[in-house]
Design a protein around this ligand. Structure first.
Ligand code: HEC
Length: 611
């Protein structure tokens, strides 16, 4: 602490003058530099994510008042969680005495002090903070961010250049232009969906939504906010990265006023062995958000009770611009309640993953809950639409979202499977609400109808799937696949006559549609219309002899008309094709029955929907 005694030995005129007035002096070199170099300069330095440097006396003095303001208000260093809630990695709040020093220093003219007191500015390695990565990936070309007035979002699909499954302990993200990149969402897509969207846009990356197939790797968060580098996880918790998948990077950028080149890079750190444990990710939230214009206190809530013991490893809130307050609570079975997340002044620009220093034990029966409050009035300075408009749930930044993600670690594999299965069902049900919300906004989007129909099917709700495939077929009556999908779910819902009509509609539009012949043949067989069934199944095999399902269907049709020899011959043909082991077993049983000339029992599965 500064005092007249402490500066008594200084020879500078300034110090002497202060001593004579007996005013305690706070100096940059002795008191302020240690704080700024540790808590601010990691971001506020050349090449860092902060908008200006705070690494020399002149740089800090010039902004002394502003520095005092942003530290007093706790706007800087950026940390949105209320003090006292949780204990997280990378959390370095300034202490009360530190705040007082900054305040006094700014108020007393920001004196320099004795140059000999100045601590050394830390070294920040230019390269990788986690060490040399095992793999570095980047988009093939930089994106040119134009000098536009509004924030920009861009999604890149970067191919994983691996030839075999590899286990990952962590990543380090480099924004490639710290001046404009404000945060990054990172996912893995094991399907070509994101790549196709990226390729369809002539510029690097694309502007739009991430497909559903772009996901967190099982059990792990990926993402980046300025200054955040998640430490490597232990090898027991590493996650698999598959060849032929894509790393999906969504950048949120704030244009600088000039054209900027942006080329992000991701370094991967591998593990030499497969993991022994996998965390589970729980998402609480609401996808039914529908906020009237002007509403200043719109609240969403959600909760889930743990069926097994688990540890809470990390937590990540997500919302867009209108969210104000964010709360997450764990109510333990012993009656105690613990605030696990609380942000009073949510800021969309700080999408942070909060990793617990020590995992929190959550016994079976713990109720995890979230409550978010939104302000869609004109009084909310962050409201992106003025005058305020009705806002729905959606992934675009002008829509709203409200998720609280928990990374949980169950005690053993059995518990994990139970937890994961329950959570998947819960999250699918909420995803469905999200699709229904988007369809409220855009009821004529056939792809949304197709997607949500498949989700309903996953939950075994065939009647709802039928409703949406009907809507999709009505919107795209010329599309054979739409009628095929509808027929398939009608058959699964037991509506065989309607299914026949739908399959015939598909075949009217595409006579060479092998799967439609196959499924129609199956349904006719189930209806006992064996002659007609045989005709369609023969056609299905003629069109695509490499589909074992079609061959089995045909075998059943042969058996149904009493041609057991042909049935066995057809099955043997099918058994030469690659197929899942379980299916092969099922078919071998049938083969036995046909050899003994038993009447067939229906039915092997229909070929599934293919929008
Ligand atoms: C984790 C990185 C990081 C750290 C640490 C950090 N800043 Fe910042 N700071 C930023 C970023 C990024 C911005 C740009 C504003 C924004 O995007 O919200 C910023 C903005 C500012 C601003 C401008 C505020 C405004 O209203 O425009 C000041 C002043 C500031 N920081 C001071 C500090 C001080 C003082 C410290 C240390 C006590 C500090 N910062 C620590 C990243 C950081």
């Amino acid at each position: 602490m500064a005092s007249a005694i402490a500066i008594a030995g200084l020879a500078t005129a300034e110090a002497v003058a202060l001593r004579t007035q007996d005013v305690p002096t706070v100096t940059f070199t002795r008191d302020i530099a240690p704080i700024v170099f540790t808590s601010c300069a990691p971001c506020h330095r050349r090449g860092g994510p902060g908008p200006f440097s705070l690494t020399t006396y002149d740089e800090v003095r010039r902004r002394a008042t502003q520095v005092a303001e942003v530290t007093r208000s706790r706007f800087m260093p950026p940390w949105k969680v209320e003090p006292g809630v949780g204990h997280y990695l990378d959390q370095h709040p300034l202490t009360g005495p530190q705040l007082a020093l900054i305040e006094t220093w700014a108020r007393t003219g920001a004196p320099r002090g004795n140059p000999q007191d100045l601590p050394r500015l830390p070294d920040w390695p230019d390269g990788w903070l986690l060490g040399k990565p095992d793999l570095i990936v980047r988009p093939s070309q930089a994106f040119s961010l134009q000098a536009q007035p509004t924030d920009a979002f861009r999604i890149f699909a970067i191919k994983v250049p691996l030839s075999k499954r590899t286990y990952v302990r962590g990543i380090e993200f480099h924004p490639g232009n710290a001046r404009v990149v404000h945060h990054a969402n990172i996912r893995i897509d094991r399907t070509p969906a994101t790549r196709l969207l990226d390729e369809a846009d002539p510029l690097p990356g694309y502007d739009g939504l991430m497909p559903r197939s772009a996901e967190y790797p099982e059990g792990h968060f990926l993402g980046w906010t300025p200054g955040q580098v998640a430490p490597l996880v232990s090898p027991e918790l590493a996650w698999p990265l598959e060849p032929n998948s894509d790393i999906v990077v969504q950048l949120h950028m704030q244009p600088s006023g000039a054209v900027e080149q942006v080329l992000p890079e991701i370094g991967f750190y591998f593990s030499d062995r497969p993991p022994s444990r996998t965390p589970t990710i729980l998402r609480l939230g609401s996808q039914g958000i529908d906020i009237p214009p002007g509403e200043s206190r719109y609240v969403i809530r959600d909760a889930y009770t743990l069926p097994v013991d688990a540890q809470l490893l990390a937590i990540q809130p997500h919302a867009h611009y209108r969210a104000r307050e964010i709360r997450g609570v764990a109510d333990l079975p012993d009656g105690t309640s613990r605030l696990v997340m609380h942000i009073k002044d949510w800021d969309f620009r700080w999408q942070h993953v909060y990793r617990e220093v020590t995992p929190i034990r959550l016994p079976k029966g713990t109720r995890l809950s979230m409550e978010y409050t939104y302000d869609n009035s004109a009084a909310n300075a962050r409201n992106p639409q003025l005058p305020p408009a009705r806002v729905f749930w959606g992934q675009r930044s002008k829509d709203e979202m409200g998720d609280l993600w928990f990374q949980l670690l169950a005690g053993n594999d059995r518990d994990r499977e139970l937890l994961t299965a329950q959570i998947t069902t819960k999250m699918t049900a909420e995803d469905i609400i999200g699709y229904e919300t988007m369809l409220k906004v855009d009821p004529r989007d056939a792809e949304l109808h197709d997607d949500v129909a498949l989700l309903y099917l996953g939950l075994g709700q065939a009647a709802d799937a039928v409703r949406h495939f009907q809507a999709s077929a009505a919107l795209k009556p010329e599309l054979a696949a739409a009628h095929f999908n509808l027929g398939t779910v009608l058959a699964q819902a037991g509506r065989l006559d309607d299914a026949v009509v739908a399959f015939r509609a598909a075949l009217d539009r595409r006579p060479g549609y092998a799967l439609a012949h196959n499924n129609l043949g199956r349904v006719l067989l189930a209806q006992g219309r064996t002659g007609d069934a045989l005709k369609h199944l023969q056609e299905a095999v003629r069109l695509d002899g490499a589909n074992p399902q079609a061959l089995f269907g045909l075998a059943e049709a042969y058996a149904a008309v009493g041609s057991y020899d042909l049935a066995v011959e057809t099955i043997d043909r099918a058994l030469k094709l690659p197929m899942p082991e379980a299916l092969a077993q099922q078919v071998l049983v049938k083969r036995e029955q046909y050899l003994r000339r038993r009447p067939p029992g229906l039915l092997i599965e229909l070929s599934s929907a293919a929008p």
